[in-house]
Design a protein around this ligand. Structure first.
Ligand SMILES: Nc1ncnc2c1ncn2[C@@H]1O[C@H](COP(=O)(O)OP(=O)(O)O)[C@@H](O)[C@H]1O
Ligand SMILES: [Mg+2]
Length: 266
C-alpha cells in the first residue's frame, strides 16, 4: 500500500540523510523502523508526510508510492486527506487546550457526527483521556500526552498511522500500555509505521522491521527473524533479551562501519 523506493533525502546542501531507502508497508501491516539517534527515522517520516520542505530538506532520488500513486504530487494536507496521519516526535499536543479540544483539532476534516463517533471510540480506547477531557494538555503526564497525541491522530481516521518514537521518555509500564494500544489499532485494520529506538517494544508490536544506520537500511526482515540477529541482540536487546539503551550513533558506527584501509584511499 505504501512503498518507499530507493528514497534519498538531503537537508540543504548537506550530505544525504537518507540514501536509497526502500521500505514496504502492506495494507493493514505493522512495520517498524529502528535505528539510533540521527539514523534518519524522522526524516523518513517527514518524507512520507510531505513535510520535508518545512525543514529545509528535499527528496533527491527515488519515489514514494501510496495506493499506486506517486506521493510527490501531493501536498502535506492532501496526504492527510488520503489517510496518512502522523504522531510526530515529541508528541506536540497543545498544552493550553483541553484534551477534548486537542482531539477536535485532529478531526478538522471530518463531519461533526463522524468526529463525535470517533471521539467516543478514542475515549473507550483511553479511559484516562475520558476522565481528563476538560483538563489542559500541559497538566497531563508524559504517558497521557502520548495517548492524546495518538488519539488526536485517530480522530482523522487514518489508513496508515505513522508514529515517531512513541515510547520515548516513558516508564516501562506505560511503554507496554502504548504497545498494546498500537497492536489494537493495527488489529482493527489501520496500517502502522512504528519508528522506535526501543527495539524490544517495536519488535513485539510490528510484523516486519527495517534497521536504519547512517541513512541506509542495514537490515530488514520479519520481526521474528530480526530479533534473532546478532546486531539486534547486541545493540538493542542485550544478552537477556531485555531492552538496554541503544548505542549512541558514535558507538554504533564504530561497531558497524565497514573498515576501509586509509591507505587504499590515497
Ligand atoms: N532540520 C534539519 N536540518 C539539517 N539536518 C537535519 C535536520 N533534521 C535532521 N537532520 C540530519 O539528518 C540526519 C537524520 O536525522 P533524523 O531523521 O532526525 O534521525 P532520527 O530520527 O533517526 O534520530 C541526522 O544526521 C541529522 O543531523
Ligand atoms: Mg527522530
Amino acid at each position: 500500500m505504501l512503498r518507499l523506493e530507493d528514497l534519498s533525502v538531503a537537508y540543504g546542501g548537506a550530505l544525504p540523510s537518507l540514501r536509497s531507502v526502500s521500505v514496504d508497508v502492506p495494507a493493514g501491516g505493522c512495520v517498524a523502523l529502528l535505528g539510533a539517534n540521527g539514523a534518519g527515522k524522522t526524516t523518513t517520516l517527514r518524507a512520507i508526510s510531505r513535510n520535508l520542505s518545512r525543514h529545509g530538506a528535499k527528496i533527491t532520488g527515488g519515489r514514494i508510492h501510496f495506493d499506486g500513486e506517486d506521493l510527490a504530487r501531493h501536498s502535506m494536507s492532501d496526504v492527510v486527506a488520503r489517510g496518512i496521519v502522523q504522531v510526530p516526535e515529541g508528541r506536540r499536543i497543545l498544552g493550553s487546550l483541553t484534551v477534548e479540544e486537542n482531539l477536535r483539532i485532529g478531526a478538522a476534516r471530518r463531519s461533526r457526527k463522524q468526529a463525535i463517533a470517533t471521539r467516543d471510540e478514542v475515549y473507550e480506547l483511553f479511559p484516562r483521556l475520558a476522565e481528563r477531557q476538560h483538563q489542559r494538555g500541559l497538566l497531563l503526564s508524559g504517558g497521557e500526552q502520548q495517548m492524546l497525541a495518538i488519539g488526536r491522530a485517530l480522530m482523522a481516521a487514518p489508513r496508515v498511522l505513522l508514529l515517531d518514537e512513541p515510547s520515548l521518555g516513558l516508564a516501562p509500564i506505560i511503554v507496554s500500555q502504548i504497545a498494546e494500544v498500537i497492536k489494537g489499532i493495527n488489529a482493527a485494520g489501520t496500517a502502522v509505521v512504528l519508528i522506535e529506538q526501543n527495539a524490544a517494544m517495536a519488535l513485539s508490536v510490528a510484523t516486519s522491521a527495517y534497521v536504519l544506520e547512517l541513512g541506509s537500511v542495514s537490515l530488514s526482515g520479519s520481526s521474528a527473524e530480526l530479533s534473532e540477529t546478532d546486531t539486534i541482540q547486541h545493540l538493542y536487546l542485550g544478552h537477556s533479551g531485555e531492552e538496554v539503551p541503544p548505542a549512541s550513533p558514535h558507538e554504533q558506527s564504530n561497531v558497524l562501519r565497514p573498515w576501509t584501509d586509509p591507505r587504499s584511499a590515497a
